[in-house]
Design a protein around this ligand. Structure first.
Ligand code: NAP
Length: 327
């Protein structure tokens, strides 16, 4: 198949390209050439900007398009308009489309409303803007494939939001962990998403789906990291109120932790439909192993935006131990 990947050189798109190439597809990338322009030598690269210069797409036709880089409805609409001759369209969306209250209802939940007329992608607009992008895609391609991933993890994740844990356990010692151990966690291995995306293009799969693993517990995730890390490590469960009192931030500073008050239904999304439509979830240990291998090869960012600084972890332990470990 002739597959156009809009993006393709950072994280999700990169794995989509890898998977498509491994199956012998004819892949074309469209991007600005700013992010790893030398990746995938031998693959056709169209240079342009989704916001303003789509001329390189003129006259081109593709059996399938995979859009990993759409965030603003107007920009997505312009891309759709620039591609009159396309078979199947995948738009990588997000579970952040759901309004907070409806997350527990999963696929059928209400999509968040934009708080104001804006194209600025921020914490409070990202999900609603992605929802409007989905609408634009569905109105042109009623049979589009729209996965809504939760936290995507694995090699080449530039954010560190999951990588922190395999890396931290591999460093050993006492590991500060947010209680409770039974807190829910859902992630999606980027390679599982890439495989499902190329399957969808090949099979012309249609529909909008939550795309995450079945829910596991924080303890299962940490035990898996400890096993794969194969270094002696002690999990020290620390109460959320203590973390809040000591100004530890959720999600980015202490990855996977949703915070003290946050509704955890984000980590309990139903995935039955996705699993029924072909999403296959590999064992978490494989995800942790691949992530750690990537770190240990020296390919991961050394200073990613997410993760608890080791000095702060030590300072937190000192304060926690003074309290006599009430957990
Ligand atoms: N990470 C998560 O946990 C998570 C969770 C849910 C959903 N998602 C979704 O997953 C996707 C993540 O994408 P990714 O970053 O991994 O994708 P990617 O396709 O690997 O990387 C982004 C690509 O977009 C290109 N790009 C950026 N701005 C562009 C522009 N104006 N015009 C043309 N090309 C442009 C970049 O290349 P140049 O810089 O060279 O242009 C790069 O190739 C997003 O749609 C996000 O909403 C992510």
């Amino acid at each position: 198949m002739r597959i156009l990947v809009l993006g393709g050189t950072q994280f999700v798109g990169r794995h989509v390209v890898d998977t498509a190439l491994s199956r012998g597809h004819d892949v074309t990338l469209f991007n600005r050439g700013q992010t790893r322009p030398d990746l995938f030598p031998g693959v056709e690269k169209l240079r342009g900007d989704r916001d303003g210069d789509l001329s390189a797409l003129a006259g081109r036709s593709f059996d399938a398009v995979v859009d990993t880089s759409g965030y603003v409805p107007r920009v997505v609409q312009a891309t759709l308009d620039a591609l009159p001759d396309v078979g199947h369209y995948t738009f990588v969306s997000t579970m952040s489309v759901y309004s907070d209250e409806s997350r527990a209802d999963g696929e059928e939940g209400a999509v968040a409303q934009l708080p104001e007329e804006t194209e600025e992608v921020r914490y409070d607009t990202y999900g609603a803007l992605k929802g409007l992008c989905e609408d634009a895609v569905r109105s042109r391609f009623p049979n589009a494939f729209i996965p809504r991933p939760g936290l995507i993890v694995g090699p080449w994740d530039h954010t560190g939001r999951f990588t922190y844990w395999p890396q931290r356990f591999a460093a050993g010692g006492r590991v500060l962990a947010p209680a409770p151990p039974e807190a829910p966690v859902q992630v999606l291995d980027v390679r599982d998403l890439a495989i499902w995306t190329i399957d969808a293009a090949e099979e012309e799969l249609a529909g909008t789906y939550n795309a995450v693993s079945p829910t596991q517990t924080m303890e299962q995730v940490f035990e898996t990291c400890r096993e794969v890390g194969a270094v002696p490590a002690e999990i020290v469960w620390v109460e959320p109120a203590f973390l809040v009192a000591n100004e530890v931030g959720p999600w980015m500073e202490l990855p996977l932790w949703l915070g003290d008050e946050e509704d955890d239904s984000f980590m309990r999304a139903p995935v039955t439909r996705a699993l029924g439509a072909g999403l296959q979830i590999r064992p978490l240990a494989e995800t942790v192993r691949a992530t750690l291998d990537w770190v240990q090869r020296g390919e991961a960012p050394t200073d990613p935006p997410a993760g608890l600084a080791r000095e702060k972890e030590q300072a937190l332990f000192a304060a926690w131990d003074l309290l006599g470990s009430p957990a």
